[in-house]
Design a protein around this ligand. Sequence first.
Ligand SMILES: C[S@@+](CC[C@H](N)C(=O)[O-])C[C@H]1O[C@@H](n2cnc3c(N)ncnc32)[C@H](O)[C@@H]1O
Length: 205
Amino acid sequence: MLDNKGFDLWADGYDKAVGVSDGENRYPFAGYKRILAKIFQRIMMRSEPSVLDIGFGTGVLTAKLYERGCKIYGQDFSPRMIELASAKMPRAHLYEGDFSKGLVEPLLHRDYDFIVATYALHHLTDLEKNNFIHLLLNHLHTDGQIFIGDIVFETRNQLRDFREKVGEDWDEEEIYFVIDEMKREFPNLRFERFSCCAGILSLSR
Ligand SMILES: C[S@@+](CC[C@H](N)C(=O)[O-])C[C@H]1O[C@@H](n2cnc3c(N)ncnc32)[C@H](O)[C@@H]1O
């Protein structure tokens, strides 16, 4: 599993690497741009909402929301990612912290209109994902929404079939979402597929 130093090293080449994989419509980032664009569009249906971004990386999504007047909050554990994102969003509230340990203290003091996590939560085990999502749901305004854009499969069998197709490119360290298993924990979970391997999960209280 990449630690924060691994992400520091990846940070400067991140946007380019993602663009190549998405452009070729290949695992792992097939669908990335369209997923982020759809989340952006949904959030912009509200006027100047507050948005918490978990694992914001270089700020590809949140910098656009910031430019359009959203109040941006975020947590990431890579100092270099935070540096790159802060340069694009000087007035955003961006904090360094490991989300496998929950939210950092300053983020616990408020609720949000939207909470987003794109290509970040697959670094948690399934149990950690569920516990963290419950925590996040408690920090949503009553009419708020969580959008998770990530690598996702409807069933465990679909994940296994896809893994076989991908072969040695499959990242053994990442733990992807399986919708029918998650629905046992979050019955009102909605899922929309955007590519062979990725989509958007939406949750509300
Ligand atoms: C693949 S990048 C995704 C960045 C961005 N959300 C995007 O869609 O381009 C994953 C991000 O999550 C952060 N991250 C991974 N594990 C983390 C953890 N346990 N705690 C905090 N941040 C983490 C990394 O530093 C990195 O910025």
